[in-house]
Design a protein around this ligand. Structure first.
Ligand code: HEM
Length: 253
């Protein structure tokens, strides 16, 4: 069993009144486009959704221009053509790199304690926290590992290879994390943000992760709104029922 180091990053969409930060989603789209898209696809996301309110909210002409940079295979034409807003993002360019559309909801950052799931109850599933920690989790390999062990050492990645030289007699891992096939994608200043936001590794990681939370749950804002309205109405109903009950039974008391 490998232990991993996950940071509980704060994101603007957290909590009952949290909302996606449009500028952050646009920065995250930029990081995805300029860095991650070299290997990873987003095959379940349509370009037109970049226009969504409660999402990145790009103006329609920018969405058209964004889509037109990519080629898509058209079955009717039996040929490639420039993509339009109605098309989907490409599949992963590198087959070993998993698609990122649903990644923020298919990983967990928090576990336990002791298999109870209480950490997830209080902190959330932690998919985005896991991804941001993964992107910032590359470190120099521990001294116990052989020089030629394949992959890159990452303290947040638990599912990768692990050298037996780093496992002690009791079977415990001597260093957190494991070895991952993805080379460190972010080094800091990998992009130049148009809004002047600092492009440190951590900020880039949080931005692209927030973008991936949006691709995985594009209707989160609508869901929170509906939940809030529901709670409000149930609260009102509770008050009315309480007063009705008082009134019906007032003579019996
Ligand atoms: C795996 C994110 C850039 C190649 C992954 C995983 C995530 C991720 C979340 C899944 C880890 C898991 O299974 O738990 C990103 C992001 C990037 C990025 C956000 C941009 C900032 C790249 C680039 C490459 C790449 C540029 C290719 C050079 C891979 C490969 C894997 C992987 C091969 C599979 C690793 C393994 O299972 O050992 N990436 N990635 N990624 N990524 Fe990336």
């Amino acid at each position: 069993e490998s232990e991993t180091l996950i940071t509980d990053y704060d994101f603007p969409y957290e909590g009952p009144f949290g909302a996606f930060d449009q500028m952050q989603l646009q920065r995250g789209l930029q990081v995805y486009t300029e860095v991650c898209a070299a290997c990873h696809g987003l095959q379940y996301v349509s370009y037109r959704n970049l226009h969504d309110e409660g999402g990145p909210g790009l103006p329609e002409d920018q969405v058209r221009a964004y889509a037109a940079q990519f080629e898509t295979f058209d079955e009717d034409l039996d040929d490639y053509r420039p993509a339009t807003p109605a098309d989907k993002f490409p599949q992963s360019a590198l087959p070993e790199a998993p698609d990122l559309s649903l990644m923020a909801k298919s990983r967990a950052g928090f576990h336990g304690p002791y298999g109870s799931g209480l950490n997830q109850l209080f902190k959330g599933m932690g998919g985005p926290e896991y991804i941001a920690s993964l992107l910032t989790g590359y470190e120099e390999a521990p001294a116990c590992a052989p020089e030629d062990f394949p992959g890159y050492y990452n303290v947040a990645f638990g599912a990768g290879g692990y050298p037996e030289q780093c496992i002690d007699e009791d079977g415990h891992h001597m260093a957190p994390g494991s070895w991952i096939a993805m080379p460190p994608p972010l080094l800091g200043d990998d992009v130049v943000y148009e809004d002047g936001h600092p492009a440190t590794i951590e900020e880039e990681a949080k931005d692209v992760t927030a973008f991936m939370m949006w691709t995985a749950e594009p209707k989160m804002m609508a869901r929170k709104q509906a939940g809030f309205t529901g709670v409000l109405f149930l609260g009102l109903l509770a008050v009315l029922l309480y007063l009705t009950n008082k009134r019906i039974w007032h003579r019996a008391k």
